[in-house]
Design a protein around this ligand. Structure first.
Ligand code: COI
Length: 335
């Protein structure tokens, strides 16, 4: 049995080697290239493929994999917005994903973004570098007592809600079309997204990017928010309309934003430039130069535990499918 891995990063080599030691009956080969129509043929001879990327999976690349006789596909991440499920179904793929590699990784990162924004860390960092160790006028705001609105309360959103409520003492409210039974006893759910938008001082979004949720937070949604709201997005860039965000920051409606994802991140994140200024993207330039915006390059997930689990869970599921067994995390692509 052979599994071909696309887009393997340096930090994934060690966990992959560990997996191989425990699964010596599987032949594993890999490329550091992501899956595209140019690289798809590298999987020739494999029984299954494992991939991760933030760039969309093109229909043609999937067609090439299918023409190689492969129909077992595992991604080693949670977000599935890079797929058009119709393509997967047309080519008869079965798909697995890794929904719970480490909810804490992302929830903790989101909480750090809140803390860094409210305590004005970027401004203090700048002052420090210039030898200015004065307090005034960089006074902060406390999270305790603030109303934190959590949109989406799956694995990640629910950990974030608990950190905010029990760690910081915030008044947490949440909205989800499908409330999480594990949180029901906290009494945090509001009935509508609008209610959450209207009541929150800080809003953090933790939903997948389904086509219907593109620009869930657009100009109309932002208009409903409190003046001086803080926005956190560690989910998907496409959930937040960048132009509306910039307008909100310009007017002061939005006091600050912590962004681990950007709609225009492909081609920027995971690349190295000579400087921030060398990034040829007006939206990125606009956001990157504000003291009240913190951008992290899609690193919320990036912890040792998460990377280990992404490799192990995806490889285990791909092997299970090839062996004719039930994978742990199958995706229903027909829904
Ligand atoms: C995800 O798990 O969906 C992420 O956003 C992480 C990234 C490696 C794609």
């Amino acid at each position: 049995m052979k599994i071909y891995v696309f887009g393997l990063r340096e930090d994934e080599i060690e966990p992959l080697n560990q997996w191989k030691v425990a699964n010596s009956d599987v032949d594993v080969d890999y490329t550091t290239e992501i899956l595209t129509e140019e690289t798809a043929n590298l999987a020739k001879g494999a029984d299954g493929v494992v991939a991760v990327q933030t760039q969309p999976y093109s229909r043609h690349a999937l067609e090439i994999i299918h023409d190689l006789g492969i129909n077992k596909f595992s991604v080693r991440n949670v977000g599935l917005d890079g797929f058009n499920f119709k393509d997967l179904n047309d080519f008869g793929f079965t798909l697995t994903y890794v929904p719970v590699y480490s909810p804490n990784a992302i929830a903790e990162h989101a909480s750090f973004l809140v803390g860094r924004l409210l305590r004005r860390v970027p401004e203090f960092d700048k002052k420090f570098q210039s030898g200015n160790f004065k307090w005034f006028p960089t006074i902060g705001t406390e999270i305790s007592g603030k109303t934190v609105g959590v949109i989406g309360t799956g694995h990640i959103g629910s950990v974030f809600a608990r950190i905010m409520r029990f760690g910081y003492g915030a008044n947490v409210i949440a909205y989800d079309i499908d409330p999480n039974p594990a949180l029901e006893n906290l009494g945090i759910y509001v009935d509508t997204l609008d209610e959450l938008l209207e009541k929150s001082d800080i809003i953090s979004i933790h939903t997948p990017l389904a086509p219907k949720d593109h620009h869930m937070l657009d100009a109309a949604a932002i208009a409903k928010m409190k003046d001086g709201v803080y926005l956190i997005n560690c989910a998907r860039g496409g959930l937040l309309d960048n132009n509306a965000l910039i307008d909100g920051l310009d007017s002061g409606k939005i006091a600050g934003a912590g962004l681990d994802v950007l709609e225009n991140e492909n081609g920027i994140f995971q690349n190295e430039f000579d400087s921030v200024e060398a990034v040829d993207d007006p939206i990125f330039q606009n956001l990157a130069h504000r003291d009240n915006v913190i951008i992290t390059p899609h690193t919320a997930f990036y912890t040792e535990r998460a990377v280990h689990n992404m490799i192990f869970d995806s490889m285990n599921d791909n092997k299970a499918m090839i062996s004719g067994k039930e994978p742990k995390n199958a995706v229903d692509t027909h829904k």
